[in-house]
Design a protein around this ligand. Structure first.
Ligand code: ADP
Ligand code: MG
Ligand code: MG
Length: 536
């Protein structure tokens, strides 16, 4: 989430709540204080622009369930900020410039079965989901993988960290997503929306500085992610002597509120001179709508439901589902995952690539180094100390909670009512809503058998400098302090056999913004919104 697609704008439960507008913003003149008629004008522009351009989501299930939308025809503006949030230019550049190194790093990790195996081994017995993913991989390995090519549509997420010494802002990585990295389709639209507002409504505001001074970077997330899919598709066609016309499958959840995000990528693939057939396949229908050819090649065949005699050969399977246990309610869902994994289709991602995105992997990469224990990154990135140094600059402290010596001291931190305040506890899960924050950590850990602790990691909380903005959500404006999270997309195609990287690109950005109220004093729901960067 990467993902977060089952709950599109859900960030983290204990993260935040919002203040309602409280008169003048404390943040100088940005965002500007709006008169009632100014916010009404902005709102009406955004409501129309967003629907006209697909910056939209399906309405909440509560509305659908209440029979207000029995035919599922409604769509609504995705939660979005009224203004692009100020974001340090140096940090934006830093995050973009490092993305290809991250792509390369994670492609190398995905090829290192021994390394992943050793990490998986540590948590197998207490994490059933990870264990089952690993089982699927082992089963396919036993009969032999037929497809060596892998596609990664990655997203590396960061927050700005202000160093206490010299106050220069740097980025610190929150996490790296290797499966179902979402919002790329909506993100380029959000950048376009803010650009549109800057030449229309913003210039009519009482604050004339605004329109002139906005530095809004280009955002190619939709077309760049589609290009990644296209490269994998073209490579499949030219290397696999297909039996049928080829297609791309989007494996999805059903229902999906964040569907337009996915549709933008689909439409971009079809807009080209050589359009690619795309089919949306709910995860639960894999076994009824696909089959594997009984050939040594094990082509994945897609049977078009309305014309069952029409068969496509699946060149690429793009997962927007399957990243968490809820997509695997029974044994047949695991059979379905196995069917995809053993087929000749290029997977985005393979099981190994999915596992490379585990929080536990991120923790191992961030392990402290010393002259005696050089960085583990040397295992994956050869002869490029500068790249390793640049990657390491984005790491923050992450600790295991196992029985190693650093694990044992982290257990002390995590269970101490004072020390735990600077930390977030994460399990090996994706999609948002799985973390435990600060003072909620000790009671949470105590509710678990100690044997389970090792499947969690303990991470320092990153506290970005304060930013103010106004969020439009479900027709209502919320104004106050916000926390921004920058994601940089990356696309990578590599050969698991030879290690050759066939394609490696940085692929646009995502800015997500949520209210900054801490979890202190209660549990308030924290919801994110789409945003874009105003470089400062
Ligand atoms: P997921 O894979 O479920 O998205 P994340 O690691 O991204 O898990 O955590 C979810 C959210 O929790 C993030 O989007 C961010 O808002 C918050 N968060 C996670 N780690 C940190 C951190 N180290 N500092 C501050 N906030 C964090
Ligand atoms: Mg994630
Ligand atoms: Mg995340």
């Amino acid at each position: 989430d990467s993902q977060e697609s089952h709950q599109p704008f859900y960030f983290d439960v204990r993260g935040s709540s919002f203040e309602m507008p409280s008169g003048k913003a404390e943040n100088g003149d940005y965002p500007p204080t709006l008169t009632a008629s100014e916010s009404e004008q902005l709102l009406s522009t955004i409501k129309d622009w967003s629907i006209a351009n697909g910056l939209a989501v399906r309405p909440p299930l509560s509305l659908v369930k209440s029979d207000s939308d029995p035919h599922g025809i409604l769509a609504t503006t995705a939660p979005v900020t009224l203004f692009p949030s100020p974001f340090p230019r140096v940090c934006f550049e830093q995050a973009k410039s490092i993305q290809k190194s991250y792509n390369k790093l994670y492609a190398a990790i995905a090829q290192d079965e021994k390394f992943l195996g050793s990490i998986v081994q540590e948590i197998l017995e207490v994490d059933e989901f990870i264990a089952q993913l690993w089982q699927v991989h082992l089963k396919v390995k036993e009969e032999g993988y037929v497809q060596n090519l892998s596609l990664g549509l990655f997203r590396s997420d960061y927050m700005v960290h202000q160093s206490t010494n010299d106050h220069t802002p740097t980025i610190k990585q929150v996490e790296f997503n290797t499966i179902a990295s979402s919002f790329g389709g909506l993100s380029s639209q959000t950048s376009r929306l803010h650009k549109h507002l800057s030449i229309s409504d913003y210039s009519l505001l009482d604050n004339p500085l605004l329109a002139r001074n906005l530095d809004l970077p280009e955002n190619s997330s939709t077309t760049s992610l589609a290009s990644g899919l296209r490269v994998a598709f073209d490579t499949y066609k030219s290397t696999s002597q297909p039996l049928h016309d080829c297609c791309i499958i989007f494996l999805v959840q059903d229902p999906e509120r964040n569907i337009f995000d996915q549709r933008h990528l689909e439409y971009a693939l079809q807009r080209d001179n050589s359009p690619i057939p795309v089919f949306r396949l709910p995860f639960g229908q894999i076994l009824s709508r696909t089959s594997v050819a009984k050939t040594t090649k094990r082509q994945l065949l897609y049977h078009v439901p309305s014309h069952t005699s029409t068969i496509f050969e699946v060149a690429v399977v793009y997962f927007r589902a399957g990243y968490g246990p809820s997509d695997y309610p029974d044994e047949s869902a695991w059979k379905a995952r196995f069917q995809i994994e053993r087929s000749n289709a290029i997977k985005c991602p393979t099981i190994l690539t999915q596992l490379a995105g585990a929080k536990k992997v991120q923790q191992v990469l961030a392990s402290p180094t010393s002259p005696d224990t050089p960085s583990i990154l040397n295992r994956f990135i050869k002869d490029s100390p500068k790249e390793i140094e640049d990657l390491e600059k984005t790491f923050t402290n992450i600790y295991p909670l196992d029985e190693s010596s650093s694990g044992l001291s982290a257990r002390k931190l995590a269970t101490d009512p004072a020390d735990c305040k600077g930390y977030v506890l994460k399990p090996q899960r994706e999609g948002g809503g799985n973390n435990t924050y600060r003072t909620a950590i000790p009671p949470f850990l105590k509710s678990l058998p100690e044997t389970y602790w090792k499947s969690y990691i303990l991470m320092e909380i990153i506290t970005p400098p304060p930013v103010h903005n106004i969020i439009l959500r479900n027709g209502v404006l919320e104004q106050g302090g916000v926390i921004c999270e920058l994601g940089i997309y990356g696309t990578c195609v590599w050969d698991q056999g030879t290690g050759e990287v066939i394609h490696n690109e940085e692929a646009g950005y995502l800015l997500r913004t949520k209210g900054d109220k801490s979890e202190e004093g209660g549990v308030a729901a924290g919801f994110g919104s789409m945003d874009s960067c105003r470089l400062v």
